[in-house]
Structures are given as C-alpha cells and as structure tokens.
Write a protein that binds this ligand. Structure first.
Ligand code: FAD
Length: 460
C-alpha cells in the first residue's frame, strides 16, 4: 500500500510535530510517521501515585508575553500557558567542593547585584559579562525571527566557546561554575558549546524562567489538538526503515511494509538514525564521516519519587555539582545532580545524574546494575539532602537504555553542538529531503522550535 502526501515528517517529537504544523499551515497535505505508540514520547512525561513526572520538559526561557515562545505558539495554534517560575531561587546551585549555595535571581540588575555581593572583587567583570550575554541573545537571528532574522549562516555555533569567554572575564572557579552549570540544559560542556548558543538557549533565564501549565501533558494535548485542527494524519507504530527516490518523489518505507510518497520529506530524528534511513547520496562521504564523528550529549540516570503530602519545596531546580570545573561533570562519572520539583501535591521529584549515553545496555545484569546504581544515588542524596531523603518514596528509575527505547538514542539532547566540529545542516543533497531536530540548530524545547521554524524557511 502506498499513500501520497505533499509532505511527510518522520518522528513525532517536538521538532517533527512543529514541522508538520508548519507544513499544514502552508496548505500541504501532511503526514507524521512515529515509531512509538504515542506522539511526543520524550516530552509527554508519566504519572505515578497521583504525581506527574516530567521527562523532557521542566522549564525554559523566552516564554514571556511577546517573546519567542508565545509568538510561535500563536503561529501554530497551540493553546499553551507559560507561567513564571519564582524570580528568586528558580535555580539553586550547590557547589559541593566548597559548600557554597547560590540562588539565581531573574532580572539583569538583581542578578548583577547578587553575583557582585558574592564575588565583590569581580564586580566589573560580572557587569561586562552579563551585558555580553544579553547582547548575544538579542543578536540571535533565531530568537528574533519574528523580526525578520532567518539567515542560516548565523554564528550560533561559531567560536568563542563559553569557557573561553568565562576565562577571559573571571578568576573565581566558583563564579565560573555558577555561570556555566546551566550547560546541563543543552548537554554540551562549556569548553565545547559556543558562547552564542549557550546564550541563546540558557541566558534568557537571566531575564525570566518559565514553566508551562500542565507541563509535558499539556504540550502533548495542545499539539494533539492543533494537529487535528490542521488535518495532519498521524501514523503511530510507524517506524521508518528507509527513504528512497522515484523521480522527484521521496518514498518512505515503514518496517511493516507500508509506503508513503511525498514531495517534501522532513526527517525529525537523530542525525545518525537519519543516515541509516537516507539514500547514500544524501551527503558527501567526507561530511558523513564528520557527522558520524560527532559526540552524543550525556545520557541521564534518573530517580523518580514522590514527597509525602506535608513536604513541599519551593525550589524548582537544584544543581548540585561535584566539581567546580563543569566540563568534568560531563564525563558522566555521576554524583552531580539536577533535581526538579513539581508544583503538585504530592510533589514529584526527579533526581537526574549525567552518565555516558552509550552506557547501560540491556542484558542479563542490567537490573542488578541499575538497582545498585540507584542505591548509590539514594545514599548520596541522604547525605546531601536529608530533608528530601527523609520524606521521599522512590518509585522508579530510568537509564539511557530507557531513553533509547523511547527515542532511539541515549544522549539526552541528541548530538553535541561542538564549536570545533562540523555543523549539521537541514539541507541535504537530495532536493526535497530535509533534516530537523535538536541536533541541527539548537537543542531543548526552545531549540527544537527554533530549528523547525528555521528549517521551514528552506522547505520548497
Ligand atoms: C531528562 C530530560 C529533561 C529535559 N528537560 C528539558 C527542559 O527542562 N527544557 C527544555 O527546553 N528541554 C529539555 N529537554 C530537551 C528536550 O526534551 C529535547 O531537546 C526535545 O524534546 C527534542 O525534540 P526532538 O523532536 O528534536 O527529538 P525527539 O523528541 O527525540 O523526537 C524524535 C522522534 O523520532 C522518533 N523516531 C526515531 N526514529 C524513528 C524512525 N525510524 N521512524 C519514525 N520515528 C522515529 C522517536 O520515537 C521520537 O519520537 C530535556 C531532555 C531530557 C532527556
């Protein structure tokens, strides 16, 4: 059986669904093919014991009224309601080697003042640095697309690296750690991420930090409704195994033998999965080799628990780092944590530790190894955060193998955006065949939206 569409999107993650809505907006008959049994398998989250756990979205920047997020939500017909996180303490940063605890504040003046109080000898440099971050974000053609910016040749992944800029401004390793720990949110270490990319994805938080009412569940519902309204057909359990060509048409073949023919095919999957699907002539050999050489962002080992009903933490995110050199925690040795608290009662708590993306293969010793690692983390949490440990009921754990089962790859944010390596482009050598997703232009919820919007500009 072969079905015909104007546009076919492979992958129903946030990038794929955004691309599908953009195609439908142009009047194209559009289909989405998703390997798993649901749309948004990474972002939808899950519920246990009356609590909802987020798996692919906790918070983001640029969701203020008039900002990039609401602009694109309106454009796509998505009914999503951002809410502001506390302006004081949306992130609590714990530097374990020195014991310093720093609570981030929103607003350039407030942040400048608080950082300068903690590091008075670096006050002038803090000022200069914060100005530089604001200027870099303001310059981003992507975040400012609604103002006409749309050029692919932007400098988003060009030098300098974040670490270089931090080293040029500051002496204090503690200060550098505080200003780079948010690299957790794009998955690329400070010495590899470009300063521009870091500013684009994370420095908007210095202005304001946002959740979305209902989190992943609401994102899932909003996309579901918008796709229905737009008349996009969704094929679940539809794993693509090959893309071939017949004349100008792209033919997508599914594992169960179904076929889809289209003029425009947008693959919204991990680039290495895309290479397995696409015809060999999709890229030059040298480019393919460089792409295969790109490193995966770290994977996550996560523990999920609920707090007893009386316990409630206002802090929404805690970053607890074992090394003042944030680059070192990206090695995945564990023992540095990102802890997220929901707003609900009972309160859902996710404790996430970075581990290598290719670790944790399912095999005979998988369950034992997982239980032993979970126990190690629980003991560590008992020491570091007794007020959490004494009130938590642990419910579940996930590893990069869990992530692979849901998304086909184990690195939380896809491929690293490495300032010194090849950039992944959305355009291929095959007319009408495109690549989108978090590895292409920018990662995270915001990055996936930015990327799909940018890719839309090149689709014919
Ligand atoms: C633990 C965690 C926490 C996060 N927290 C945040 C956060 O707080 N804020 C934020 O902004 N970002 C966060 N992110 C990042 C964000 O979730 C991702 O950047 C974003 O969801 C990636 O979307 P995507 O569409 O590019 O990729 P994906 O969601 O991976 O979509 C790819 C889709 O393609 C499907 N697929 C794969 N192969 C095939 C095939 N052969 N055929 C058909 N379908 C296929 C997959 O099943 C998947 O649905 C987090 C990520 C993780 C892992």
């Amino acid at each position: 059986m072969r079905l015909n569409y104007d546009a076919v999107v492979i992958g129903a993650g946030i990038s794929g669904l955004t691309s599908a809505l953009l195609m439908a907006r142009r009047g194209k008959r559009t289909a989405v093919l998703e390997a798993r049994g649901n749309i948004l398998p990474l972002m939808r989250g899950f519920a246990r014991k009356g609590a909802h756990f987020e798996t692919g979205f906790h918070y983001a920047s640029n969701l203020e009224e008039g900002g990039f997020g609401p602009y694109i939500f309106a454009k796509l017909g998505l009914d999503l309601k951002p809410f502001p996180l506390p302006r004081e303490g949306y992130d609590e940063i714990r530097l374990l080697p020195t014991g310093r605890v720093f609570k981030m504040v929103c607003g350039a003046d407030g942040l400048q003042k608080k950082l300068a109080e903690s590091f008075p000898q670096e006050s002038a440099a803090i000022n200069a640095y914060l100005e530089k971050t604001a200027a870099a974000a303001a310059k981003s053609a992507y975040l400012n697309m609604q103002n006409g910016g749309e050029d692919f040749d932007t400098i988003i992944d060009s030098p300098p690296a974040l670490q270089e800029v931090l080293d040029a401004h500051f002496k204090s390793p503690e200060l550098k750690a505080i200003l780079s720990v948010n690299s957790f949110l794009h998955g690329t270490p400070p010495e590899k991420i470009s300063f521009a990319q870091h500013c684009c994805i994370t420095c908007g938080l210095y202005k304001s930090a946002w959740g979305i009412e209902g989190g992943g569940r609401a994102i899932n519902a909003a996309y579901g409704a918008a796709l229905k309204n737009a008349g996009v057909d969704i094929f679940l359990n539809g794993e693509a195994v090959a893309i071939t060509r017949e004349g100008g048409q792209k033919i997508i073949i599914l594992k169960d033998g179904r076929q889809f023919a289209c003029d425009a095919c947008i693959a919204a999957v991990h680039p290495k999965i895309f290479l397995r699907l696409a015809p060999p002539e999709v890229y030059r050999e040298g480019y393919k080799t460089r792409l295969l050489d790109l490193r995966e962002t770290p994977g996550f080992f996560a523990l999920y628990g609920v707090l007893n009903k009386e316990t409630f933490f206002e802090t929404v995110n805690i970053f607890a780092v074992r090394d003042l050199d944030v680059n070192k925690i990206f090695g995945g040795g564990g023992k540095s944590y990102y802890i997220n608290f929901s707003r609900s009662r009972p309160q859902a708590v996710s404790i996430i530790s970075l581990v290598p993306s290719d670790s944790w293969q399912r095999g005979p010793d998988y369950k034992t190894k997982k239980a032993a690692f979970a126990l190690e983390i629980k003991k560590d949490i008992q020491t570091l955060f007794p007020q959490i440990a004494d009130n938590i009921e642990y419910l579940d754990a996930s590893t990069p193998a869990t992530m692979r089962a849901y998304c086909g790859y184990g690195g939380g944010y896809g491929l690293m955006h490495d300032v010194n390596k090849t950039k992944i482009l959305p355009i291929t050598k095959i007319p009408g065949l495109y690549l989108t997703g978090q590895s292409v232009i920018a990662p995270g919820f915001l990055g996936a939206l930015i990327t799909s919007l940018a890719v839309d500009r090149v689709v014919k």
